[in-house]
Design a protein around this ligand. Structure first.
Ligand code: DX5
Ligand code: ZN
Length: 227
C-alpha cells in the first residue's frame, strides 16, 4: 500500500495549519515532520511545541523524522507531543537496539533511517524489529536537493532482503522526490513517499492530488484519508 507523506519543511510556517489541511483535503494520509538539531545535521528546524500545535488540527499520521544526535534523549517527548511514528538515524546513536526499544515502549511505530553514504547492509540486523526503513535519497539537512541516483539500488536491495525474510516492512524514501522520478523509487520497492518541495511549492492541493491519483493507478493501490 503506497502512502504519501508531505514534508512540512517546505511549507509556509506563517500558515502551517492551513497548508497541512490542504494536503489532508486532497487525501494525503501522512504528515512528514523533519526535526533537525544543528548537531546531527547543520540546520535547525523545529521541535515539540510546533508538533503539539498542529496535532490538534488533523488526524493524519504524524511521521516524525528525527535528525537528532543521541535520539534516545527525546523519544518520550516526541511521543507525548503527538508523533505516531518515530524515525531515527542509525548513525546518530551508539545503541540502535535501545532506541528501537524506547520507541516501542511508547507504543509508537518504529522507523530506522540511514544516510546516503551508509551501506544498506548496516540495517539488516534490525529489520525484524522495525516497522519502517527510511532510505535517505539526499544528504539529510535541507529540502530542495536532487535525488541521489545510487539510492535506487539500495531500495531494491532492501526490498529483496525484506521479501526474503517474508516481511512487508514499509520502505520510505526522502529527498528529491518529484513527479518525474517517483516511479523510480516505487518500482525499486519503496512504498512511503516523502515529498517537500513537490507538494508545498505551488498549488498544494493540486500537487497532492497528482501524487494520490498517480498512486491509485498503480496495482498496489494507496492509503488515503477520507475528505
Ligand atoms: C531532508 C528532509 C526531507 C526534505 C525533503 O533532510 O528529511 O524530508 O524535507 O524535501 P524535498 O522533497 O524538497 O527534497
Ligand atoms: Zn525527512
Amino acid at each position: 500500500m503506497i502512502k504519501l507523506s508531505p514534508s512540512i519543511l517546505a511549507a509556509d510556517f506563517n500558515c502551517l495549519g492551513q497548508e497541512i489541511a490542504a494536503t489532508r483535503e486532497a487525501g494525503a494520509p501522512w504528515v512528514h515532520i523533519d526535526v533537525m538539531d544543528g548537531m546531527f545535521v547543520p540546520s535547525i528546524s523545529f521541535g515539540m511545541p510546533v508538533i503539539r500545535s498542529i496535532r490538534g488540527s488533523t488526524d493524519q499520521f504524524f511521521d516524525v523524522h528525527l535528525m537528532v544526535k543521541d535520539p534516545e534523549r527525546y523519544i518520550k517527548n516526541f511521543a507525548d507531543c503527538g508523533a505516531d511514528g518515530i524515525t531515527f538515524h542509525m548513525e546518530a546513536t551508539p545503541d540502535v537496539g535501545a532506541v528501537i526499544a524506547a520507541i516501542r515502549e511508547q507504543g509508537k511505530r518504529v522507523g530506522l533511517a540511514l544516510k546516503p553514504s551508509t551501506p544498506i547492509q548496516e540495517v539488516f540486523p534490525y529489520l525484524e524489529r522495525i516497522d519502517m526503513l527510511l532510505i535517505m535519497t539526499v544528504e539529510p539537512g535541507f529540502g530542495g536537493q536532487r535525488y541521489i541516483e545510487t539510492s535506487t539500488r539500495k531500495i531494491r536491495e532492501a526490498r529483496a532482503m525484506l521479501n526474503g525474510l517474508n516481511l512487508d516492512t514499509d520502505i520510505e524514501v526522502d529527498g528529491g522526490i518529484v513527479r518525474g522520478n517517483v516511479d523510480v523509487a516505487l518500482n525499486a520497492g519503496a512504498n512511503v513517499i516523502v515529498a517537500g518541495s513537490a507538494i508545498y511549492h505551488g498549488d498544494i492541493e493540486e500537487n497532492t492530488e497528482f501524487f494520490m491519483n498517480h498512486f491509485r493507478q498503480r496495482p498496489e493501490g494507496c492509503e488515503e484519508l477520507g475528505k
